[in-house]
Structure formats: C-alpha cells, structure tokens
Design a protein around this ligand. Sequence first.
Ligand SMILES: Nc1ncnc2c1ncn2[C@@H]1O[C@H](COP(=O)(O)OP(=O)(O)OP(=O)(O)O)[C@@H](O)[C@H]1O
Ligand SMILES: [Mg+2]
Length: 413
Amino acid sequence: MADVVRKIGLSLGADICWPLCFEAMMGRLDLKIPVNGDTVRFEVERVTIEPFDLQQKVKYDVVVDRLTHWFHTTREWIKKAVIMDDVYVFNNPWSIQSNEKHASYAAMMRLGMPIPKTWMLPPRSYDPATQPDVKATLHNYGKLFDIGQVGDQVGWPMFLKPYDGGGWRNVTRVKDAAAALKAYNDSGRSVMHAQQSVEGFDLFVRCIGFGPQTHCVKYDADAPLHDRYTMATDFMDQRDHDHMRKVTLTINAFFGWDFNSCEALRRDDVWYPIDFANACPDSQVTSLHFHFPWLVKSYLRWSIFCAATKRPMRKNLDWQPFFDIAAKDLSYEDKLDGYVKIAEERLERDRFEEFCAKHLHHLDDVANDFFQSSEAKDAVRKKTAALFPAHEVEKFTELFWQRIQTWRASGLP
Ligand SMILES: Nc1ncnc2c1ncn2[C@@H]1O[C@H](COP(=O)(O)OP(=O)(O)OP(=O)(O)O)[C@@H](O)[C@H]1O
Ligand SMILES: [Mg+2]
C-alpha cells in the first residue's frame, strides 16, 4: 500500500479559463483514489516550452494538449514522451498531424456516412521559393481545369473551403461558375475542397466528444461568436441524440481523438456530417458559456480516469475492424451500431462510467459550488478581457456568468 501521485500536464496556448477551472476544481475534489492497493492522488502542472534532451524522462502520466496542431516543438516533445515514456496524451499527435479534414471525409465516406459530395482542387498559387520543382511538375503533369465543370459535377450551390479547415478561413458558398472562379482565384496557396452545400437543413448541431462522453449543442452559424453555441435544450429527440453520439464516437475512435467535435446538419431526417476534424475543439467560456461547465467536468473526468487507471494510449489506429463492418451488407444504422461498439470498447465506456460513479460522484456538487464562486467568475473575466475591448469586458463577463448561472439552475449535466 503506497501513496502514489499521478501528474497531469496541461499543454496550453491562449487557453485561460478552462485550465483555471480545471486546476481549482481538482483541488476541491481532493481525490485519494484506491487503485490496486495504492492510494492515488493527482497533481496538475502546466507544461513549459524549452529545449529538451530526447532522453530526459517525462514526469507526466497524462498530458492534455492544446498545441500539437500548430506548435511543432510541443508536438515533437509529445511524440517522444509517448515513444520513450508511455505518456498518455490527448490527442494522438500522429493522427492530428496526418489526418486533416480531407482524410476524415474520405474515411467516413467509406464507413457509409452521408458526407456531401466533395472534390479536391490543387491550389491556385504556389511558392517557388519553398517548392522549387513546382514549375516543372505542373508543366509536365498539371491538367488545366474548368471550375464551372467541377461545380456541375459537385452540384450547385457548393462550398469552396481549404482541405484542412479551421476557423472558417477562406470558406465561401458559391452559386455559379463565376462566383466559384472568383473564390478560387482568391484562395491563394490553400489546397481546396469544393463541397456540395447541404441546403434547406432544419437543424445544425455540434456534438462534442470527450472520451466516451458526448454533448450536443444546437449551433447557429449566422450568430455572432458568443451566440453560436445556443442555449437551446429541447431541440432534438433521444433518437437524434443517440445517432449523433454514435457518429461522434465512431469518428473519434477511428482517428484516436480523445476530444473532438462533429458538426452535422439535419435535412429530411438525415444527418449530414460536414466538419468533424476539430481535434482541438473550442474550449473557451466566451464561446461555450452555458456549456462550459459540462466541458470542464469532461476534461476532469477523462484525464483523472486515464491517469488513475494508467490507461495505455493507443499509438496505432487500426482501421480494419471499421472497414470490415463497412463492407457488410447492412443498413447505415446497423453499421453505426457496429462502429460504436468498437468505439465504446476502445474508449472503455463501461469501466469509465463505473469509475466515475465510484470515485467522482461528488464532481457535480463540486462543479455546482465552484461555478458560483468568485474564483470561477474571475476565470471568466480573465478570458473575456483577453478577447473583448476594454469597454465591453464587464458587460460580456456578466453575460457569460449569467449563462453559467442559468446552467446551474437548470440541473443539466
Ligand atoms: N457542405 C456544407 N453545407 C452547408 N454548410 C456548410 C457546408 N460546409 C461548410 N458549411 C458552412 O460553413 C461553415 C464553415 O465550414 P467548415 O466548418 O467546414 O470550416 P472550418 O473552417 O473547418 O470551421 P471551424 O472553424 O468550425 O473548424 C460551417 O459551419 C457551415 O456553416
Ligand atoms: Mg466548422
């Protein structure tokens, strides 16, 4: 019987609010969890960025990483931490580096999901300084094309958007060949997708997945940033919730993403996933407000579970079991049942739920208490102050805070 400390590292960029809440709530939880005869406690530390020896031992059991998709020093530090010291990191850095939105479309098409028809276009322009062979390559092999004809194949209207996505950069909805040509001419060096638009949808949902936990939010793409995640609660029935849960967990387990969000549009009762390679999903109170406590709790549950149980990280993705189901003569819904079974096994859903019921049953009360404290409000204010002009900070801090209080009063998870 030993006292054991598990270290959770937070690898952060411009994150302000959720780490403050994560750290404070971890303190309030005051965990001493019995695991295999030991008593396990937890320490949370922020990962610093500095030169490192490849042979230096890494002290963390789990790293929650928000940098891999763009900050390469951290990405490579994390890779070596996994390779050399079996650190568990979310998300898998190899999968993030290699699987862009494009690969995620292709994979989910193969699994039978109704992804809108999508073509890839070579970039409009190149940088000969970094790609010195580009001229000869295109001269020999580049085929001239007519973007209007691509649009005819894809179907109008369509979206032109970069194959790797992120932050609505260069996303344009075009109705005809002239508009498509203009958008393409403005797209610079991005490798682009032309994707059929899902017209006439009656619901737009973002489903956040965190380990085996999922949470669906009604999304309003036309609203200003702080209103896009709406506070609607009764916007779809259990069948839709189950469906989106299956879709999201399938994607996340397929790509080895512990956290990710899936955007989907519903038309005539069919869910069309359109953007689901968001493997560092928005976690800021300034976007999530009402849903923010759910997210912080999910961060805590999954990192505590992974650290306490020393859950081994799946380093290789192993897609064949999904493809085997895809090849069967089954309906899409039956295939989804097969995929989600694999996903829930890989994500240890049963063991996780048992663990939470046994060791984290006080988390809801801790969260409810914490999210009325001045410490929590301060975290909200700090994030708001980082994003809003000085004269709007108090107004928006109050707005986000009131939405969190509405969550507290709602009794929702
Ligand atoms: N095929 C489509 N049908 C209808 N709407 C679409 C489609 N593709 C994109 N959109 C709209 O454009 C928005 C941005 O597209 P998308 O989500 O693919 O880009 P992104 O840059 O990856 O976004 P994010 O910032 O969410 O990561 C979507 O939220 C949606 O409103
Ligand atoms: Mg998107």
